[in-house]
Design a protein around this ligand. Sequence first.
Ligand SMILES: Cc1cc2nc3c(=O)[nH]c(=O)nc-3n(C[C@H](O)[C@H](O)[C@H](O)COP(=O)(O)O)c2cc1C
Length: 239
Amino acid sequence: MKTGMALMLALLTALAFPCGVLAEAAPAQEAPSKILIAYFTWADNTVVEDAGAAIDSALEHYDNMGDANSGVDATSSASVLAPGNTAVMAGHIHDLVGGDLFSIQVEEPYSSVYDECLNRASDELADNARPALRTHVENMEQYDIVFLGMPNWWYSCPMAVLTFVEEYDFSGKTVVPFVAHGTGGISGSVRDMRASLPEDCTVLDPIGVYRPDIATCQPVIEEWLRSLELPIAIRTAAE
Ligand SMILES: Cc1cc2nc3c(=O)[nH]c(=O)nc-3n(C[C@H](O)[C@H](O)[C@H](O)COP(=O)(O)O)c2cc1C
């Protein structure tokens, strides 16, 4: 009798769970992270009428401060012509992890003469200004991971980067900063950008690339990306 009951139970169970899977639900498939790669670069925020003069004005400034960038291509080093240095970094990140690229651009372009650009940037920093933007991200809410690139401007970030981060709700998002710089390194750029983000936004370790190293920075960027252990696939450079 007992054996009959047990058989009956086994039969009922088999009918209820035909694949032999008991009530445990299959683990929910997590949606893959959606990636945005946003960056500010001088070249996308200026209008160059005389390329030679613009490049010379940058190189003269580097010379005056003892940063001659010997052996580096003058045009890319000056970074006033596209692609700017931060844009080059953004391009490498995009090649390695995919996602959507976005260039942060101000309404009023900066001068392509280095010292004039420096002066305006200095005034904006002193005024804690928020330059108006002419480019905007559609549906920022769809992105979980935002790579955010900027040049070091006056040991901080361009104030337009603050306009950008304050325009959207970064709560719950992961921000991954990357910085192009001169002799000053990352300085306060990431710190100042972080101050405009909400507490519950995670900010990962940034990478900084010095101007003369931009042309060869792809392997360093790949190494840095892998060290972050983000839940995303990273292609190898050869792919
Ligand atoms: C307005 C301005 C201010 C800058 N201030 C600094 C600075 O304080 N420290 C530094 O290391 N580099 C500074 N730089 C150099 C840039 O960070 C560097 O050239 C960077 O590679 C430029 O990136 P981009 O081509 O994406 O604009 C400044 C450049 C500009 C135009």
